[in-house]
Structure formats: structure tokens, C-alpha cells
Design a protein around this ligand. Structure first.
Ligand code: UD1
Ligand code: UDP
Length: 382
């Protein structure tokens, strides 16, 4: 069986490690994987840094699509992916998540009848102003295999009219929908065992376990809106000043750029001069796992970081109005704060005085990748 995997943005590179590892460990003789990097993320610390650390095969192709407006960027990727699909003739094309790389691949493959396998299908924010919501809805509706990582994702698909009785053979008109768990959970279980041994980020940054807060921010609604960006940073400064907390911020390049443009000058000065606020370049995945595990609280607008904080049993403030990972909020381990200074400060104080949250196993058993490959092998044989 030949699989063609599309990666492009940081979280997709990371997610792909679980499938590549399962192929290497269990199906090296029966599955060939061809990896296509769209080039959506290209900085060393947004892309190259992950390949060796996560033992991911180097891409067979890199389309070098780079940054740009949605239409330009997506169009460059569609054209490149179509040509590769015509040359490679894979049995299936795998896409992850909800980025422009995901959508481009879904469009390219479905129109020339290459079956699309969508890992992380079914997630919805019910906010169509998010580019990711458009990307994931459109991708789901041209997929042949859909792998929602949660029961909520599965139910969303059912509610959108997908048949979930799963009678093979699966086609674009009658796809298979399977909740096998979350490949990100597979990865966290696997890599958290090695992160302690292989990284020294805490030592390097002078951090004590459970004595700092971890913050990540990159969602366009936050980075491109001056009022929201300033409100979030005012709350962070207040936390750093009033409680003498150390805050660690590995900055997405988009955020670093927008902070220069949109933060009020006085606030920007106070943030950069505050020795308790560590503004870092993006960190490696193993470093991130360490930071998430040993932070006493995570503040983020990232989907992946919300979940990893939960896997690693660290409570989380979500800097968005809604989340696709509703289970985490329902469990009480995370609070939706939007970009609201008061809500951020209230939720921070709540978790500081109630540090015990409950963390259930709701993302599978750590073998999602193997289960996906078994289903695809069965499908290829029919
Ligand atoms: C993209 C995804 C988002 C995902 C995120 C993961 C879309 C629409 N958005 O958002 O869903 O959560 O990736 O991180 O696909 N940049 C660099 N260097 C890089 C990459 C980006 O400097 O290597 C800067 C550029 O100024 C670029 C901006 O970041 O214009 C945004 O990059 P882009 O890939 O368009 O979107 P993200 O915000 O990264
Ligand atoms: N991540 C990382 N280094 C960082 C920030 C994030 O390795 O500096 C990892 C994080 O552990 C998670 C993934 O990147 O696995 C999340 O990606 P991101 O927040 O960019 O996007 P999202 O999940 O919101 O799509």
C-alpha cells in the first residue's frame, strides 16, 4: 500500500510522527509512505527542527509554498500537490487538521479521485469566521476515511449527515467514520518518556518545576486585532507584576511580528523590560512537552497546546471564545477566557487557589496510528 502524507504547518509535522513511527515499527514491508511538505511553515524552528527530534522521514517533496494571502498560498499548494499525485499514484492521501495545507490537499486529491484520509476530522468551533473552520468542513466533505479524535468530533459528523454505520467499501460518497483516538495523544505518551532525558530547557531558562506559567499565542483573531492582543498582554503583565510569576512565551513568528506593530508602545516596553517575562523563539517539540508538563498553568489559543496540557495534567486558560476540544472545558481542567483581561485574571486566580483538576482518558489508548493503518490496509485489500 502506498500512502502520500501531506504536511505543511508545525502541528502537522508533529502529528505525522505517529503514523510514520507505526509504519516503521509494524508495517515497514507492507506500507510505503511518500511525504510531501507544502512549505507553509519554513523557518528552521517551525519546520526543520522537528524532523530529527521526532524521527520523521525527510520529505520526498517540498513545494516551498511559503506565506501569503489565503488564496495565493492555497492555490500554489493545490497546483503542486496535483502534479505529485499524478506522478505518485498513491492508494490514499493522508491529511491532518485544518490548515490551508489540509484544504489544498483535499481539493487536489478529491478532484482526481485519490481517496482522502482526514486525521483529526469532525472538529468544529461553529465559528465560520475562522479560516480553520472552513478548511476542516470542506476537507471532511471530500474525504473517504474520516478519523475524528473524540466522541464529540464523531457526533459532529453524524449531525452533519455523515453515515456512521461503516459498511465497506468506503468511497467519497459513502466514507468510513472511525473514532480511533488521537494521534497527538500517541505522540505525547511516546515522547514524554524521552523528554526528561533529552532536553534541558528548564535548566537553560532557569525555571523551577511548577513555578512558572507557559503562554502560547498565534491565532489570527488574537495576533491581528490590536484590542485583543493588548488585552491579553495587559493581563499577562498584571500576572507577572502582582504575583511575581515567571511567564514563558515561545513566540510564533506571526506573534513576534504583530507584537512589534500592534502593542501599545508603553505596554511593549514594560513587557520587554520585565525580567519575569521570557520571550523565546519557538521551542522544539520535546522542549515544549517539558514546558507543558512542568508549568503550573498553560495559557494558550493553540488547539494542540490545549490538548497536550490536558494529556500532561496541567490546567489551561484558553485565550479564545470557543474551542473544538470541548471535553477539556467540560472536565473543568480548562476555562474559556477569550481575550478578556478580567476573565483571564479571574481564571488564573481560580486555578492558583484550586490546583487539583480532574483529567480523564478521553483521547484513545495511545495506539490511534496503528488502528488507522489497520483500517487503511483492510480498505486497500477490498
Ligand atoms: C497556521 C494555520 C493554523 C495553525 C498554525 C499552526 C492556516 C490558515 N492557519 O497558522 O490553523 O494553527 O499554522 O502554527 O493554515 N511565518 C513565518 N515563518 C514561518 C511560518 C510563518 O515567519 O515559518 C509568519 C509569516 O509572517 C506568515 C505568518 O507567520 O505570514 C502566518 O503563517 P501562516 O502559515 O499563514 O499561518 P499561521 O498563523 O502559522
Ligand atoms: N509546539 C512546539 N514548539 C512551540 C510551540 C508549539 O513544538 O514553540 C508544538 C506543540 O507542542 C504542539 C504543536 O506545536 O504539538 C501545536 O502547534 P500550534 O500551536 O502551532 O498549532 P495548533 O495546534 O493551534 O494548530
Amino acid at each position: 500500500m502506498k500512502l502520500l502524507t501531506i504536511i505543511g504547518a508545525r502541528p502537522q509535522i508533529i502529528k505525522s510522527a505517529a503514523i510514520s513511527r507505526a509504519i516503521k515499527n509494524h508495517y515497514a514491508s507492507s506500507i510505503k509512505e511518500v511525504v510531501v511538505h507544502t512549505g507553509q511553515h519554513y523557518d528552521e524552528r517551525m519546520s526543520a527542527i522537528f524532523f530529527e527530534e521526532l524521527q520523521i522521514p525527510q520529505p520526498d517533496y517540498n513545494l516551498g509554498a511559503g506565506s501569503g494571502k489565503h488564496g495565493e498560498q492555497t492555490a500554489r499548494m493545490i497546483a503542486g500537490i496535483e502534479t505529485i499525485l499524478e506522478n505518485e499514484h498513491p492508494d490514499f492521501m493522508i491529511i491532518y487538521g485544518d490548515t490551508n495545507s489540509t484544504l489544498a490537499a483535499a481539493v487536489a486529491a478529491s478532484k482526481i479521485h485519490v481517496p482522502v484520509v482526514h486525521i483529526e476530522a469532525g472538529l468544529r468551533s461553529f465559528n465560520k469566521k475562522m479560516p480553520e473552520e472552513i478548511n476542516r468542513i470542506l476537507s471532511d466533505h471530500v474525504s473517504t476515511y474520516l478519523f475524528p479524535p473524540t466522541q464529540t468530533g464523531f457526533d459532529n459528523l453524524k449531525n452533519e449527515g455523515f453515515r456512521v454505520d461503516n459498511r465497506p467499501p468506503y468511497t467519497i460518497d459513502r466514507p468510513g467514520v472511525f473514532n480511533v483516538g488521537d494521534v497527538m495523544y500517541d505522540n505525547t505518551l511516546f515522547f514524554s518518556k524521552v523528554a526528561d532525558k533529552n532536553t534541558d530547557i528548564l535548566e537553560k531558562e532557569g525555571l523551577q518545576k511548577k513555578q512558572f506559567l507557559l503562554v502560547t499565542l498565534h491565532r489570527n483573531t488574537n495576533t491581528d486585532d490590536a484590542a485583543r492582543l493588548n488585552a491579553i498582554f495587559r493581563a499577562l503583565l498584571e500576572i507577572a507584576n502582582s504575583r511575581n510569576e515567571t511567564l514563558v512565551l515561545p513566540l510564533h513568528p506571526r506573534t513576534a511580528k504583530q507584537m512589534e506593530i500592534l502593542l501599545e508602545p508603553e505596554l511593549r516596553r514594560e513587557i520587554s523590560n520585565n525580567s519575569a517575562i521570557l520571550l523565546l523563539p519557538p521551542v522544539s517539540y520535546l522542549e515544549m512537552i517539558q514546558l507543558e508538563k512542568y508549568a503550573k498553568l498553560v495559557l494558550t489559543d493553540s488547539g494542540g497546546v490545549q490538548k497536550e496540557a490536558y494529556f500532561l495534567k496541567t490546567p489551561c486558560l484558553i485565550l479564545r471564545a470557543e474551542t473544538e476540544w470541548v471535553e477539556i472545558v467540560e472536565s473543568g481542567a480548562a476555562v474559556l477566557c477569550d481575550a478578556d483581561e478580567t476573565r483571564i485574571l479571574e481564571a488564573y486566580r481560580y486555578f492558583m487557589s484550586n490546583p487539583e483538576s480532574s483529567f480523564q482518558t478521553i483521547y484513545g489508548d495511545g495506539n490511534a496510528a496503528e488502528k488507522i493503518l489497520n483500517l487503511l490496509l483492510a480498505g486497500a485489500a477490498t
